[in-house]
Every structure is written in C-alpha cells, then in structure tokens.
Design a protein around this ligand. Structure first.
Ligand SMILES: [Zn+2]
Length: 294
C-alpha cells in the first residue's frame, strides 16, 4: 500500500513537473511571439511616420489643395511626379525677366518641386542675388541676357551703348554659370517705343542681334505683371487664358514680382492637369517676335 502510494505520489509529482514545464514553455513561446510581432509593428509604424513627414516638407510651402493626388507617388526626392494628363499639344514657355531677385529662390523651389523648366532673362539690377544664376543653370533652366543695367535711357542711347551693356551681362552669366548664352530679350521688347529718342535703333539692334548669333525673344502672352495688375489671381487668369489660346505660349513674367511667383504653383498645377507641356527656350524656339516700331 505504502509502496503503491509512494509510486502514485512520484507519478503525480512527475506529471506536475511536466505540466509546469509545458506551461513555462508555452508562456515563453507566447512571450517571444508577442515580442517579435510587437517589434515588427513598431518598425512599420516608424516608417509610416517618416513617409508623410517627407511629403509634408514639400507640400507645406503651399496651401494649394489640388496637388493632393501627387502625394502618394511622391518619394520626396524628385518632387511631384504625378502622371500628367494626356498632352493637349500646347507648350508653355514661362519666361521671367529682370531677376534674379528676392523671390527667385522661392520660384526655383516651386519649379523644382513640379519639375518644370523655364527661361530666365536676367539682369544685374539685384546684384546680391546673382549667385542664383548658378542654381538656375544647374536645375535645367535656360538663361538669356536682358541687359546689365535695365536702364532704358542708357542702353538705347546708341547701338554701341546697348552692346556694351549686353556684354557686361554676358560676363556675369559666364562667371556664374561657366557658359555663354545665345538667348536674349530686349528690355521693353523689340516693339518698345521707350527707345524713340534714338530713331531706328530697334531695327538696327534686331539685325545686329542676328549677326552676333543671338536669338532674341519677345512674348505672345503677358501675365500682366509689367503693370496691368498686382494680383496673383489676375496673373493666374492671364496665364491660363494665354496658354489656352496659343499652341506655343511664350509667357512674359517677372520673378522680381512676389505676386507673380505666388501665382505659379496654381498655374503649373492647372496646366499639368490639363495636358500642357512646359519647356525652356532654346535658340531654335519660336521667338514670338513683335512688330518693330522704331
Ligand atoms: Zn525687363
């Protein structure tokens, strides 16, 4: 009896130990599994936290809501890569005169974010921003001469005065970008009458520009920022109408006007959504030449 009960006790102890061991193993197993799953979840959340932050950095420069669809495929590096709408066959040549100036950097950020190339017709007027010519060039924009001084009386005093002023700007461009430009835009356009005190000078300059190997550009769309308006909404509207009416729209803008720069995000978004293509001017592009009055 005593022996049997001892065996029973021992058996029971063995069974008990086995159960404890199983329990411990199950506990350890569950604990390990929970830990692994928890770790993976934490890592996933960490990634999920990083990604929206990256897109927010590019998007918080604007309060424009229309580019929301771009966020999903934006990897934060190359900016907006939204699939453009099917091409409508129209090309927009945005041109910015008189800079670089205080708003040029902001404009360059917008252009970079949307991967849009434009043309800058530059001057020495805001010389403290001249270093931005390097960035304009590096980011794929075209650069053309728009005079060194932008002083109508001075530059249109004689053809010699004009080309001396022009050469000074070419020097600045070469110094900043390492390359000469063959693009130019006459201050006031080739149709200007501000040069009327020197009769016939525009006719001469247009011919000489060709002789010197320059391609000069006027425009067929005015954003209105040369004096007609000071409102970003008006600039936006003028650009939209102009782009719709021209297969090749050469749009006159000024990056020294803050309201113009403020209109660009909305204009570019609208244009891309509606199948327009943006391009920088080349010497072979259509010059959108004006009638010459002097
Ligand atoms: Zn100008």
């Amino acid at each position: 009896m005593a022996k049997q009960s001892l065996e029973t006790i021992e058996k029971k102890r063995g069974l008990f130990a086995q159960r404890v061991l199983t329990l411990v193993l199950v506990f350890v197993g569950v604990f390990t599994l929970t830990y692994i799953v928890g770790l993976a979840a934490t890592r996933h959340n960490a990634r999920a936290l990083v990604e929206p932050t990256e897109t927010v950095t590019t998007d918080d420069k604007t309060d424009d809501k229309t580019d929301n669809k771009d966020k999903t495929d934006d990897n934060g590096e190359t900016g907006t890569t939204a699939q453009p709408a099917q091409s409508n066959g129209h090309t927009i040549y945005l041109t910015f005169d008189d800079g670089p100036g205080p708003y040029t950097e902001k404009l360059l950020d917008i252009l970079k974010e949307h991967d849009v190339k434009v043309t800058f017709f530059v001057t020495h007027v805001f010389s403290q921003y001249e270093g931005l010519l390097k960035r304009e060039k590096k980011e794929g924009h075209a650069i053309g001469i728009h005079s060194y001084s932008h002083d109508y009386t001075k530059i249109y005093a004689s053809t010699e005065a004009f080309w001396n002023d022009s050469a000074a700007m070419q020097d600045v461009i070469v110094k900043q970008t390492g390359e000469e430009t063959k693009l130019m835009r006459f201050p006031g356009g080739s149709s200007n009458t501000v040069s009327k005190d020197t009769p016939g000078i525009m006719t001469k300059l247009v011919k000489e520009a060709g002789d010197k190997g320059f391609s000069y550009f006027d425009w067929n769309v005015a954003s209105g920022d040369a004096g007609a308006t000071t409102s970003a909404d008006d600039v936006l509207q003028n650009c939209k109408v102009g782009a719709a009416n021209h297969k090749n729209a050469v749009i006159l803008c000024h990056d020294v006007k803050e309201y113009t720069v403020n209109a660009m995000e909305a204009f570019i978004t609208w244009a891309k959504e509606n199948g327009y293509t943006f391009a920088a001017l080349t010497p072979e592009s259509d010059g959108a030449h004006h009638q010459i009055f002097n």
